[in-house]
Structure formats: C-alpha cells, structure tokens
Unconditional design. Structure first.
Length: 375
C-alpha cells in the first residue's frame, strides 16, 4: 500500500444534482379576466381604453391568501445530524420524518415507500454488521439537503467475513407542503454510473466480497472518508513508532533493528506485541531521507515505553492526519512503489486534492506467502 500525505482538509464536492418532489406550487398565479366593471370588496378598478376594455383588479393585501411559511431546512439539517447516526442501532431512524411514498434509490436498490426503505435497513442489519458514519449535512437547494457519509459493513455470512466499504453522498428532497423527506438518492464515490440498476455498482460489491486477508494484528486506527475506484482518503488517529534510518523506500535496511526493539532488545528487556504494517517513510519528494518504522500497540504511552538500547533507534509519536492510500499486490520493488505513488498523486490532482511532499509504503503481508490474487 502506498500513501501520499494530504493537507488537513478534503475538498468537498460541488453538488450539481437536484432532486425534486411532486408538489403543488406555493405561489398563486394571477390571471387576467374580461368582465363587466364591478366593485369587489376593498379592491379598486383601473380602466384602460385601447379599442378593448381591460379590467385589472388589484386586490388589497388583506384579501390575498397569507403566504406559506418557508420550509425549515435548517431544522431538518439539524434533525439529520441527530437521526442518521441511529440508522442501524436499536433506536433506528424516525420514520415520521419521511413521506409514506418516499422515493429511495441507490445504484443497486430502489424502494418507493417508507416501509420498503425500512425493510432494506432491516435486511442489511441481518446480513451485515453495518456501521454508518455521517460526516456532514448541508442545504444544497431550495428543497434539498445533501449528506456525506461512510458505510462500513462486515458480511457475517461468509467464513472470511469480508468488510465492504462505501462512501458517497445522499441527496434528500423535501416536500414543502409537509416538510417531510420525499426522496433519498445515494451516489457512491467508487463508481461512475450511479443510476439504478448499475452493473458497475454490482461489480464493486462483488469485488469487495473476495478473499482479502491481512494478519490478525493491531493496526493504526483510521476512518475512511472517501473511497474511489483508485484510492481511499483516510483520517488516521495518532500512533507511536520505533524507527531507524533506511536506504530505499522499498528496502528492508534497518528492519532487524526495529524488530529487535519489540523482541526485547530495549532498556527493560520488555517484549512488545507485534503490530502491522511495517512502514517505510520518505520525507521529501526526492526520497533522500528514508525511515523504517514498526507501529507500537495503542495502549502504550511514549513516556512509559522502554528506551532503545541502540543509538540508531528512536521513539516518535505520529500525530496522524489525513492521507490518501492506494493498494497494490506483489513484491514491492522500488520502481513499482514509485510508479504507484505517481499514479496516486495523478488521481488526487485530477480530483482537486492537494498533496504534501513525501510518501509511505505500508507492508502488511509477506509477498512470498500471500498469492497476488488474494491481495
């Protein structure tokens, strides 16, 4: 896996889709009629002669229909922040916020009622252990709210329990007559064709069901913010590494020294549990300075860890942050790693994301033991 460091923000997409709902117009149209002059209430008559007599009735403000209140979009945005995190827990979402004939669509699913939408949620809970993460919600149209989210689902039926990850946006239409949601359309970041039924979407699901096994060891914690066909954008929590100088991005120089630290070659002879991955980090674009690192268990505190017994080793807290990641398989030769880094940076530039100098290679598996098709 190759990673390019990103600046500490993700450019939010400009929403150019609009989801409308069948509704009556909230503005009454005034027509022009031809009739004999007659006083109506407190209205007044205006006469105009030009071969035909036209009567235009200007009604007083008191006699007009009172304007309907504006839709409480801000209230609904706040409601979504509170309601959507309960999508898959025991509380569930509040169905009273949706029209009975709500239109739900994603690339491989469609329903036209709130009961069908709730059935789909219940089915996902039975087949998976879904985790829904709401990143933000905001108004993007007169009667439209857009949300950005991440969905992580472990398929519990298959023996290897694959984890499926989808990120994207939901465009939710609001019925101005009752201020309820009348449509909910999902767009996945990982595919181009988001229309129902999307063969591309189905293939994405099947691809994520394949056998993909990494060692059952602790890894740095992260949240996937965006998952495209070519890369992921992750937000990493802080973690601690023991590190020493390396020679090449894909090299192994220095690995025995950092591995020796966790195997007991430290000031207290403490043996520390192995983690994954092994990182090799280049700090500049020219890869003139390289560090090889092993991540230490998350329960460890940098102030209580034993000191390295070699001057070439050091302990460091990595503050975490946002990184873009691309996955590839096989033995990580130097030219292969650099080519994947260039490809990753190109994809990020195309999508308008700014990167920082430097990159990291993360090795999870022994390429000699893991077939390429399983990576």
């Amino acid at each position: 896996m190759a990673a390019a460091r990103l600046s500490d923000h993700i450019c939010r997409p400009i929403i150019d889709r609009y989801v409308g709902c069948p509704r009556q117009s909230t503005t009454k149209l005034a027509g022009i009629s031809f009739f004999r002059p007659k006083r109506i209430g407190t209205g007044r008559l205006t006469f105009k002669n030009d071969q035909k007599l036209k009567w235009v009735v200007n009604m007083s403000f008191a006699e007009q229909s009172p304007p309907k209140p504006k839709v409480g979009i801000e209230r609904l945005v706040g409601f979504l922040y509170e309601d959507l995190p309960h999508l898959f827990d025991d509380q569930g979402i509040d169905p009273s916020a949706y029209d009975e004939r709500v239109r739900f669509r994603d690339p491989i699913t469609k329903h036209d009622s709130i009961s069908g939408y709730l059935f789909n949620i219940a089915l996902l809970k039975k087949l998976f252990t879904p985790d829904f993460q709401l990143h933000w919600a905001k108004q993007t149209g007169p009667y439209e709210i857009t949300t950005r989210w991440t969905m992580v689902m472990k398929f519990i039926i298959l023996p290897w329990k694959p984890e499926l990850v989808f990120t994207g946006t939901s465009v939710m239409g609001v019925n101005p007559e009752n201020e309820k949601f009348c449509s909910h359309v999902d767009y996945w970041d990982s595919i181009e064709n988001n229309d129902y039924f999307s063969l591309e979407g189905l293939l994405d699901v099947i691809k994520q069901l394949r056998i993909y096994k990494t060692p059952d060891l602790e890894s740095p914690k992260y949240q996937i913010l965006k998952k495209t066909a070519n890369y992921e954008v992750r937000k990493y929590s802080p973690f601690i590494v023991v590190e020493t100088d390396g020679e090449k991005l894909a090299g192994s120089t220095g690995f025995n020294a950092v591995a020796g630290y966790i195997f007991g070659k430290n000031s207290t002879k403490e043996k520390i549990p192995m983690t994954t991955p092994v990182f090799t980090q280049a700090f500049d674009a020219d890869i003139s300075k390289v560090s090889i690192q092993i991540v230490l268990p998350s329960e460890k505190d940098i102030n209580s860890l034993p000191d390295p017994d070699q001057d070439t080793l050091s302990l460091r807290k990595v503050e975490g942050g946002i990184a873009a990641v691309s996955k590839f398989s096989g033995k990580p030769m130097e030219d292969i790693v650099l080519e994947n880094e260039r490809s990753l940076r190109s994809s990020l530039a195309t999508d308008g994301l700014k990167t920082k100098p430097g990159c990291m290679l993360a090795r999870y598996n022994d390429p000699g033991r893991t077939p390429i098709f399983m990576m």
